[in-house]
Structures are given as structure tokens and as C-alpha cells.
Design a protein around this ligand. Structure first.
Ligand code: TIU
Length: 223
């Protein structure tokens, strides 16, 4: 059993063979100029700033043989998997899903904006889960993948802490997974949203799970 001593609200214990690292939505659409995130009116700098921390966690997780799963938020070119409510709101915000942008059509599968940033490119054999929603469990194969591999613990990284990371965390929590959110390997466009989202994880005795630094998690992997 491995143990993250410095996690909150108390030490997080896990078995490496039953843990998976989730890298959530580290796509150009959230991390690059002109993408969905920036067009919604956000500062993308916090999303870019966590790339080195995630790269460090990825390296340690691969070295330790952890299952690594990447996710991407996006829609089919004909928008048939995009709920009208989501589409309408994106258009009102000036970030119309499917509209042309500097990296191809916004939030559409197969376009450059939908790609994972080059620094965090999935390694051969690492599953990439394409999801139409904020949560990685809704309308995807993620749960089946995790059950097949008898995964019980999830380490969450990526963007944004209060939206896709939190929705995935809540979905995972209801399915019985024990979740650790890495504070410096997740980001929201507004740091206040990030802090609030982390607080919500560990309040009430860890109502959704645990939080720790990526360094503390990496240390736990290497002992
Ligand atoms: N990946 C993800 O978090 N999708 C979002 O739309 N996030 C926002 O914060 N808008």
C-alpha cells in the first residue's frame, strides 16, 4: 500500500496496481490562444502554467506502471452529441461550438483545438476518452475501462478544477472511487474558483476525496 502523507484532510492510501491517473481536457481549446476557454472570456495563463506539473506526474506515473487515461471534451462535426442548451449558451458567450476559430472549428473532434497540448501527448497504448460533457463518465466507456482493470483509486489532474475536474470527481465519487485531486496539477481560469473547488473536495472530512501537491503524490509513488 502506498501513502500520501501530506494529503488533506488526512493521508490518502492506494495500491499502485489499482490506481489510475486521469489527465482531464488538457487541450488546445482550453490552453491555447483563440480556443474555447479564451473565447468564453477567460485568462488561459493558469491552464498553461500547470503543464510542467502534469508532465512531472505523468513521468512518475508511467515509471511506476500506473494506468494513465487522458480525456478530451468535444463534439462530433455534425453536433449531434451537443445538447441544444450547451450550444445556445456557447453562442451567447461568443464561443459557438462548431464555429470556425484559429485552430479549426471550436470544440470539435478532429480539429487542432481539440488536440491535447503537445507537451502532454498521450504515450502509445494510453487510452484517450472523448466526452461530450463536463464529466468523463457521462456517455463514455470510462467506467467499463476502470472496472475491467479493477481500478479503485483515481488521481485527478487537468482543467478546469471547478468544471470538468469537479464533475468527473463527483461522478467518480458516486461510483465508489477514492479520488485524490492534485492542487498544482489542476487549474481554473479564475484562481478563486480553483481554491473554492479544492476546498469543496476536502471539507466535511473529505466529502469528495482528498487533495495534495503533485510533489507529495510523486514522493508516495517512488518509496
Ligand atoms: N474542461 C472543462 O473544464 N470545460 C469547460 O468548459 N471549463 C470551463 O471552465 N469553462
Amino acid at each position: 500500500m502506498k501513502r500520501v502523507n501530506a494529503s488533506l484532510p488526512y493521508p490518502f492510501e492506494y495500491e499502485a496496481g489499482r490506481a489510475a491517473l486521469l489527465v482531464i481536457d488538457m487541450q488546445n481549446d482550453f490552453c491555447a490562444p483563440g480556443g474555447f476557454g479564451e473565447r468564453l472570456g477567460n485568462d488561459i495563463a493558469p491552464a498553461r502554467r500547470i503543464i510542467p506539473a502534469i508532465a512531472g506526474v505523468l513521468e512518475a506515473a508511467r515509471e511506476a506502471g500506473l494506468l494513465v487515461i487522458h480525456t478530451r471534451e468535444g463534439h462530433l462535426p455534425d453536433l449531434s452529441d451537443c445538447p441544444p442548451a450547451k450550444l445556445e449558451r456557447s453562442r451567447k458567450q461568443g464561443a459557438g461550438i462548431g464555429d470556425p476559430g484559429p485552430m479549426g472549428r471550436i470544440l470539435i473532434r478532429g480539429e487542432r483545438g481539440h488536440d491535447i497540448v503537445a507537451e502532454l501527448a498521450p504515450a502509445a497504448g494510453e487510452p484517450v476518452v472523448d466526452k461530450p460533457g463536463k464529466g468523463a463518465f457521462y456517455a463514455t466507456d470510462l467506467e467499463r475501462m476502470l472496472r475491467e482493470r479493477e481500478i479503485e483509486h483515481l488521481i485527478l489532474t487537468g482543467v478546469t478544477t471547478h468544471v470538468c475536474v469537479h464533475t468527473t470527481l463527483r461522478e467518480a465519487n458516486d461510483r465508489g472511487y477514492r479520488c485524490l485531486v492534485l492542487e498544482d496539477a489542476t487549474a481554473a481560469f479564475d484562481p478563486a474558483d480553483h481554491e473554492a473547488a479544492l476546498h469543496m473536495v476536502r471539507q466535511q472530512g473529505g466529502i469528495f476525496g482528498w487533495t495534495s501537491s503533485s510533489a507529495a503524490f510523486i514522493r508516495s509513488l517512488r518509496v
